[in-house]
Design a protein. Sequence first.
Length: 192
Amino acid sequence: MYNICKIDSCIVWNVNCLGRLKELIITAGGENVAPVPIEGQLKNALPQLLSNCMVVGDRRKFLIVLITLKVEILPENLMPTKTFTPEAKKFLNQECCAPNTVDSIDDYLNASPDLKKKIDAVIQKAVDKANEKAVSRAQKMQYFLVIPKDFSLPGGELTPTLKLKRAVVEKMYKKEIDKVYADAEANPGKTE
């Protein structure tokens, strides 16, 4: 396994690992995109709400991102629940909702169109902020998809060292990913 690294030489040599070579996304236009820095920028743009994310776009015209929201973890088996963490609940209720209307992933997924639109707008603002740091158009995330379950080791999405199993996650959500791309092709110019 090879790592992609960036070496800075100020006073002291500094080596920053940007990602794994095997994780490199090659878009339909032939541009190589390292997803890990993009995912990190997105998580840093909305740390109160976003738990994990995964950029998808290998051999596709544009990138999309799968997003998981912060939920509580069961200590006995480390499985994610559907209940938001207190930090995420507080953030959502302050930013988007009347108090105590969104307590879980199910509340978000089944929310009224107006409430879901407000929450999606907050997430879109974070995506836009992360996209500002992209060095090319090919590195910008065009759409996002909130998935109903956080990534976990027992769920099979993470390795024992907590690295993302991209192929496993892509296979798990293939139907949803294909739908986002199909909808984008059918409605060009419309963003989610």
